[in-house]
Structures are given as C-alpha cells and as structure tokens.
Design a protein around this ligand. Sequence first.
Ligand code: PLP
Length: 423
Amino acid sequence: MIVQPEKRENQRAALPKQGVSPADLWQIADDEQRGDVKWRDGRVAALVYLIDDDILEVAKEAYGRFSSENGLSPKAFPSLYRFETEIICMAAGLFHGDEAVGSVTSGGTESIVLAVKIARDRARAERPDITSPEILLPFTAHPAFAKAAHYLGVESKRTPLNEEYRVDLDAYEASITENTIMMVGSAPNYPMGMVDPIPEMAALAEARSIHFHVDACVGGFFLPFAEKMGKEFPVWDFRVPGVTTISADLHKYGYTAKGASTIISRDPAIFEYQKFEFGDWPAGVYSTPNITGTRPGGPIAAAWAVMNYLGEDGYIKQAERIYGFMPKLIEGINEIPGLEVRGVPDMSIVTYGSDTFDIYAVADGLEERGWFVHRDRQPKGIHLMLSPGHDKFIDGYLRDLSDVTNLVTRGEITAGSKEARYG
Ligand SMILES: *Cc1c(COP(=O)(O)O)cnc(C)c1O
C-alpha cells in the first residue's frame, strides 16, 4: 500500500524523506487519473481536444524529446529557434500576413496580454496625450482581455450583441472614445462560435488609427481550413486592412500539446512593441518578446511536429469530421422539446438553452450520467466545443440529453445550486 502524503488525514503534503520509486509514482498517478473527467470516452466537449492517437503520440514524442531544452536562448537551442520561426511562418501564411512576425507563447492568455501590451505601448509612442487608455470589446470577448487590462493598467469596456449573438456594430462604434487604444473582435467568439463582422469593425478602428486585434485563439487553426472547404463567414485575418495583431492557439484546434499559442503582428514595426529589454543588472542584456523567461521546449517542439505531421490535408480532414456530425447534433438538440441551439455558429462550438425550463436542471442531469458540462451564464446555456473524436459519442449524448430533458419536463430533476464557473 502506498501512502499518498497529500491524502493523510489533516496533514499538508510534505516532501518525502526518501524518494518514491517511479513504479509507485505511476500507480498514484493512475489512481488519481481515474478520478479525472473521461475525455477519451467523449465525456467532455471542452478543455481537451479529442483526436486520434497517432496525433497525440507525435505531440508526446516531440514534447518528451525537448522537455529539458530552453527556448529562452536561440543561441543555445537553434533547434527550438527554427521550430518557432517555422511555426510563425506557417501561421502567418494561413492568416495571409506576408510580412507578419510574432512569437509562440504559453497560451491564449499570454498572447492576449501581449496584444494589449503592444497596443498600450504603441499608443504611448504614437498618441502620448492619452492618459486613461481604454480597450473596446464585444460582450462575447474572452476574459483574458479583462485580465490583461487589469495587469497593464488600462480600462476595458464591453458592448452589447445583436439578436444573432454577434456584436451590435452601432453600439460598438458609439463606445469609441478619444481614449480608445485598442478595439477587439473574435474569430470566432468562445461562448457562441460566431465570427464577429471583422471587416466592418476593423474599418472603424482604421479610420481612427486605433489598434485592432483579432482574437482567433479558438478559430485560428480551424477557420483557414473551413474556408478551404467552402464554408462562409466574415474574412477575419490580415486580408482585412485594419487588422494589426492576431492571437491564435496551437493547443486548441492546432491539436498539439498544452502550452502553445501564437501572437502575430502585421509587420515587424508593430512586433517591436511586443519586446522587452533590460540591461541594468550584472548579467547580460535580457531581451525577450514573451512574458515568460525560461521557455519550455516541449510545447514548441510538439506544435512544430504536429503541424508538419498533419499538414493542410490533415487539418482539413479533422474539420470535415466535425462538420460531418455537427448538423446531426444541432438537429438532434433542436428536436428535443424545449431545447434550442443559440444562433448559427460559424464553427465547431454549439450552445443551447431553453425558454421553457431551467437549463441548469438539464446540466445537473447530464452530470449525473457522467457528462462533464460547461454552463453559460448570459443567456443561461450549455456549451459544447467539439473535437473530431466526438463523432463516436453524439448518439449517446443525444440519447441521454433526451432522457434527461424528459425528466426535467416532468419535474423529476430540478436545478441544483451550481453556478457557471471556469477555474
Ligand atoms: C481559449 C481562448 C482564449 C484563452 O486561451 P488560453 O489558452 O485558455 O489562455 C482566449 N480567447 C478565446 C476566443 C479562446 O477560445
């Protein structure tokens, strides 16, 4: 029997006096993982991207090979420098940025904090009269912008949506002030999956020389392939003249290991505002474009490997799988009395709710049956971010959803007190 230090009654974990053998460690890890959400069984449509094992293996192999290497020094690790440069070039190519440059970050949040820093420092240089900088966001923009604003000393302001759950352009325009240093649109937004009307929004920014950022964290490595498949949605990338920076996560629909995103500037002059340099200490000049100092090599190597492994054809194949089962899922939900999918998503995100009963009662019922449920707050709903590997689980999900909704309609399940929370 292994005594797990953290499981001892009323005791905080302490460093073991003697080391624990790998065999024992992995037994603990196996035991603990049994309590985690069953993502391999399709039980969660969030947080993890369910893809075929061959892709997971490529990411894992590359990650392991470079888990000790440090991307802080391109001189010491030209390998990682090459991988990062190639990732950025591949991404810039997908986003039609001929002169675009940028860096690989630890995730969407770091990319967004850096985007706000770029906009803030650009405004300090170009519009020094502004002393109370503001950023303008549709209501659907990711909380990472609020976090970035909080860290960087700028105000953030959110504007309402129209009936299609896209930004209300008139309200958005009306909220621009002389303090606005950055305007944001999402491609697509995380809550509902709609691509904002980027050309119209960016034009408003460009006419006033305001920095415009597209948050393509969730869509950056999906929409380019959807477009090649002939799907229609607003143009959102560097083809739109006013777009100055783009954030796009590799660890979402890039299908690579966690810890990888990109922040990309339209041209090298804008990228300059991302950098930080410091020399007033005993060691060498410290110059980095990222928030992190030491940079794990694993996520960079894994992203490079998976992008090359899949190639354009591979990414299109994954998108085709998702689009293949999405209509069945959406129709299936809409056919259940009382349930309704919110709006028309542009990509693999589906949100549904109810006007006749409390959707959180359905969420409770689904959780009871082993599904991990992400809840939306405004409007109240259930949120699904779909992966290619969910194709095998749609029938089972719809069956449970129908049963649970029946029970809710009959008053046999009522909503508990759970809130919609992340983290
Ligand atoms: C996931 C996401 C983010 C934040 O990315 P993290 O990698 O979770 O930090 C930002 N914007 C959108 C639209 C996202 O979907």
